[in-house]
Design a protein around this ligand. Structure first.
Ligand SMILES: *Cc1c(COP(=O)(O)O)cnc(C)c1O
Length: 417
């Protein structure tokens, strides 16, 4: 859509920008078009609501607010203090946590702050190994975590793909870690938080749950909560939870002060008040029955997608999913994950490659949070599974599949009107 055309069509979201800076406005329009005419199967993505976008684009973006409500290093914070208190109260109520810190700029910043609150450089930490779905912040040598701490990785069982509990307990007894991290970027099943708590207690370790992915399912009652078990829960607000890009930390009141100081002033400066306001909006949305229904539909959709991909010949890790995400090996269709991602991109199907446990080839990671927000259900998941299989098998060429994707997305606009 050209700028003039967009102006005529009255795109209120971008109208001021279109007049002032058409060059940049074109880019925003192109990205919006990309998002609404291709299939977003990236497991970490979602579509935030117009209310969340409105808070993000509000004048709260102008405010400097180092510190916490009632104890800021800047003047003029009396109104943004109310916004942050609201976000904190809503998060505490939504997750049943004694304390919430909503200032983390991202999921990674939340993990950094959790480590800063509990650990000293050189401490040993036990976490899911990166080849099995651990995040960069769980000990990657390219990340601060791998540089400053001594990470030991546990894995998943080669047969079942499930976390190897015996190995977790053995490694904990051998290495006596200061902290155990449970959480993953690609694990499709619920984690057994009670088991991790038990191991942590046995060896005197803290338990950190990195629930960046499933926290939205937890909010909607569609996944078990780590809050009663973990000393600190780290999370993002932009994945299934459907809020603005950002992080948060939940903990008991005994760690509240350490966590707050680890976020500011130890690892961050001024709080982003527009993002915190948007987090408050998202927590409000996530506490509604409509969001609970959404979270359960996300899981139902992921299960249906997994079942139909399996029927099409994909090897589904752990045989299915409990959550919004699944990982598959497309090898039986004659293609590896990396090549598959490229071919699917040409068809307008956007997803990630991922490591596959105990395999050299790359697999594919898919999630249903975004498609479900658009209103797609199990019927559409069957269509998507068939499309994926036909493109990868070479039965449909990507250009033809692209037309099918366009038709499907036209029925489910992420931002109707
Ligand atoms: C997404 C994710 C993060 C990081 O979140 P960012 O906002 O990208 O920094 C950390 N840990 C896990 C398990 C994640 O899935």
């Amino acid at each position: 859509m050209s700028v003039t055309h967009a102006l005529e069509a009255g795109h209120s979201m971008f109208e001021g920008l279109l007049r002032q800076d058409p060059e940049l406005a074109e880019i925003l329009l192109a990205e919006r078009r990309r998002q609404s005419t291709t299939l977003q199967l990236i497991a970490a993505e979602n579509f935030t609501s117009p209310a969340v976008l409105a808070a993000l684009g509000s004048p709260l973006a102008n405010k400097y607010a180092e510190g916490y409500p009632g104890a800021r290093h800047h003047g003029g914070c009396e109104i943004v203090d109310v916004a942050e208190r609201l976000a904190v109260e809503r998060a505490q109520a939504l997750f049943g946590a004694e304390h919430a810190n909503v200032q983390s700029h991202s999921g990674s910043s939340a993990v950094l702050a959790a480590y800063a609150a509990l650990l000293r450089p050189g401490d040993t930490v036990l976490a899911l190994g990166l080849p099995y779905g651990g995040h960069l912040t769980h000990g990657s040598p390219a990340n601060f975590s791998g540089r400053w701490f001594d990470f030991v990785g546990y894995g998943v069982d080669a047969e079942t793909g499930l976390v190897d509990h015996d190995q977790v307990r053995t490694l904990a007894r051998t290495h006596r870690p200061k902290a155990i991290v449970c959480g993953s970027i690609a694990y499709p099943r619920h984690l057994d938080h009670a088991f991790f708590r038990d191991v942590a207690d046995e060896v005197g370790a803290y338990l950190i749950a990195d629930a960046a992915h499933p926290i939205g399912l937890v909010a909607g009652g569609a996944a078990p909560s780590p809050v009663p078990y973990a000393d600190i829960v780290c999370a993002t607000t932009h994945k299934v939870l459907r809020g603005p890009r950002g992080g948060m930390i939940l903990c008991g009141s005994e760690l509240a002060e350490r966590v707050d100081r680890a976020v500011f002033p130890f690892t961050q400066g001024g709080a982003q008040m527009h993002t915190i306001a948007a987090k408050a909006v998202a927590f409000g949305e996530a506490s509604t029955p409509a969001f609970a229904a959404y979270a359960h539909q996300v899981v139902a959709n992921a299960r249906t997608l997994a079942a139909h991909l399996a029927a099409e010949g994909f090897v589904v890790t752990t045989g299915g999913t409990d959550t919004h995400l699944l990982t598959v090996d497309p090898a039986p269709l004659g293609v590896d994950g990396r090549a598959a991602r490229g071919r699917l991109a040409a068809a307008g199907i956007v997803l990630d490659c991922c490591a596959l446990p105990h395999a050299d080839a790359r697999g594919l990671r898919l999630g249903t949070a975004a498609l479900t927000t658009q209103g797609m259900g199990e019927r559409e998941m069957r269509t998507v599974a068939t499309l994926l299989a036909e493109v990868l098998r070479g039965a449909t060429d990507p250009a033809a599949a692209r037309d099918n994707v366009r038709d499907l997305t036209a029925e489910f606009p992420p931002y109707p009107g």
